[in-house]
Write a protein of this length. Structure first.
Length: 195
C-alpha cells in the first residue's frame, strides 16, 4: 500500500461524520490497495455487511461475483479488486424495510481524496444509480436503464450495472440484453484486470 493510501485509510475507518444520522454506531467498510486495477463502486453496506465488516457478504454479493465471473478468493483479494461504496456505513432502513440511500457525507468527505491515491485503477464497475451519478456526472443518462444500456460509451474506464439485489429481478427480466450484451464484456474486462 502506498504511503498516501496507508495514511488515509485509517482516517476513513475512524470516520464518524454521519454518526448523528445513523441508528447504530458507524462501521466504515471498504477494500483498497495500491495494486488493484479494478474498483467496484457500490451504494452502501447493507445490514449483513455492517455486521460482518466485509463488503458484499450477502446475496447481492453472490450475484455480483457471478456477473463478474470471479470467486470469493479473487473478489476479496484487495491486491486485485478495490471496493469503494458511495457510503461507507450502513445507512439504516426506511419504514418499508429497504436500505436508505448512502449518506452524502462519505462521498463529499472522502471520495475525491481516496481516488487521488488510487491512480492505478483502470476500470470502475458502477453498481447502481448512486455510483453512476457520482462517477459519470453530466454523462449519466436520465434513467439507470439508459445509463446501463449506454455502457459502451463509458468503457473501459467505467462499466455501469444495476444493483445485483433480488429487488432488481424484475428489471433483469425486462432487460435481457444486460445478460447477453453487457455481462460478456464485463467478464472479459474483469479477467484482463484481475486474473
Amino acid at each position: 500500500m502506498s504511503e498516501a493510501l496507508a495514511a488515509l485509510v485509517p482516517h476513513i475507518r475512524r470516520c464518524r461524520a454521519c454518526a448523528p444520522h445513523l441508528p447504530h454506531a458507524p462501521r466504515p467498510v471498504l477494500q483498497v490497495s495500491s495494486t488493484a486495477r479494478l474498483c467496484i463502486a457500490g451504494q452502501a453496506p447493507g445490514a449483513r455487511v455492517h455486521k460482518s465488516g466485509k463488503p458484499f457478504t450477502d446475496p447481492s454479493g453472490t450475484r455480483l461475483r457471478n456477473w463478474m465471473g470471479v470467486d470469493e478468493d479473487i473478489f476479496y483479494d484487495a491486491a486485485r479488486i478495490a471496493i469503494v461504496p458511495m457510503g461507507f456505513c450502513f445507512p439504516g432502513l426506511n419504514e418499508k424495510g429497504s436500505d436508505l440511500p448512502p449518506r452524502k457525507e462519505c462521498a463529499e468527505t472522502w471520495h475525491g481524496r481516496l481516488f487521488e491515491v488510487l491512480p492505478q485503477i483502470e476500470t470502475i464497475l458502477l453498481v447502481g444509480g448512486y455510483a453512476q451519478k457520482w462517477h459519470l456526472g453530466t454523462r449519466v443518462k436520465d434513467t439507470l436503464t439508459q445509463t446501463v444500456a449506454a455502457w459502451a460509451e463509458y468503457g473501459p474506464e467505467f462499466i455501469p450495472v444495476p444493483h445485483p439485489s433480488w429487488r432488481n429481478n424484475a428489471w433483469l427480466k425486462k432487460n435481457p440484453w444486460f445478460v447477453s450484451a453487457v455481462l460478456p464484456v464485463l467478464r472479459e474486462r474483469v479477467a484482463e484486470l484481475v486474473l
